[in-house]
Design a protein around this ligand. Structure first.
Ligand code: SAH
Length: 216
C-alpha cells in the first residue's frame, strides 16, 4: 500500500525530475525508490518532497531534489564502479549513488552530521557505503582512482587532489564560484592532464571548507 510519502515522492519525480528533462532511467528509478524524508528530522518530513533545499543542522542543507538528479546524471554511472563523494550531509545523495554504483566512499567534515548519516545507512541496510570524517578537499587516496567524484559543497576552484584521484574517463561534478552563487561544473578526465569542461548552469551550495577549498 502507498503511504502519503510514497505518493508525494512519485509526484516529486514527475513534476521536478522528469518534467525538467532528467532522462536517465536509473537515476529516475533511484529517486522513485529512496525515501528522502527519512534523511531529515521528523518535523520536516511533510516538506521532504518540496522543490527546494532544507536545513539539516550545523548550518548545512540537503540539496534540492532536482540538483541531486542533475548531478547524479552528470556522473554517467553506467559501468562506473567506485564513486567518491565529498560532503555526505544528510546522506540522501549518497544513497542515490549507492543504488547506481558498486561502492561509494563519502567524506564529511562535521562529525555529528557524519554520525547521523551513518545511522540512516545502517537502518536502510546499505552495505556499499563507507563514510569517513575528514577534509574531503584532499580526497581519499587509499581507494583511488575513482570512476567518478561528486562534490556537494561549493569551491572557489577544483581541489587538485581530486583531479589526481579521478580515473581516466571519469567525471568530477562540482559547484565552482563565489560564496553567494556558483556554476555546476563537470570535468571529464580525457587524459592525465587533459580535462574537458562543461557548465551545467547556476546553483547555490554551502561552502566546501578545507585545505583546497575555502579556508575557515
Ligand atoms: N549532498 C548533501 C549536501 C550536504 S551540504 C545532501 O544533500 O544532504 C554539504 C556538506 O558538505 C555539509 O554537510 C558540510 O559539512 C560538508 N563539507 C563542507 N566542506 C567539506 C570538506 N572539506 N570535506 C568534507 N565535507 C565537507
Amino acid at each position: 500500500m502507498m503511504n502519503v510519502y510514497d505518493s508525494k515522492r512519485q509526484y516529486m519525480v514527475e513534476t521536478q525530475i522528469v518534467a525538467r528533462g532528467i532522462t536517465n532511467s536509473r537515476v529516475i528509478d533511484a529517486m522513485r525508490k529512496i525515501p528522502r524524508h527519512l534523511f531529515l528530522d521528523e518535523a520536516l518530513w511533510p516538506q521532504a518532497y518540496e522543490d527546494h533545499a532544507m536545513p539539516i543542522g550545523e548550518k548545512q542543507t540537503i540539496s534540492q531534489p532536482y540538483i541531486v538528479a542533475l548531478m547524479t546524471e552528470a556522473l554517467q554511472l553506467t559501468n562506473k564502479k567506485k564513486i567518491l563523494e565529498i560532503g555526505t550531509g544528510s546522506g540522501y545523495q549518497t544513497a542515490i549513488l549507492a543504488e547506481l554504483a558498486e561502492q561509494v566512499y563519502s567524506i564529511e567534515r562535521i562529525p555529528s552530521i557524519a554520525k547521523r548519516a551513518r545511522k540512516i545507512f545502517d537502518k536502510l541496510q546499505y552495505r556499499n557505503i563507507v563514510i569517513t570524517i575528514s577534509d574531503g578537499t584532499s580526497g581519499w587516496r587509499e581507494h583511488s582512482p575513482y570512476d567518478g567524484i561528486i562534490v556537494t559543497a561549493a569551491s572557489p576552484n577544483v581541489p587538485k587532489p581530486l583531479l589526481e584521484q579521478l580515473a581516466i574517463g571519469g567525471q568530477i561534478v562540482i559547484p565552482i564560484g563565489e560564496e553567494s552563487a556558483q556554476d555546476l561544473m563537470v570535468y571529464t578526465k580525457e587524459d592525465i592532464n587533459d580535462f574537458k569542461e562543461e557548465n551545467y548552469g547556476g546553483c547555490r551550495f554551502v561552502k566546501l571548507v578545507g585545505e583546497y577549498g575555502w579556508r575557515e
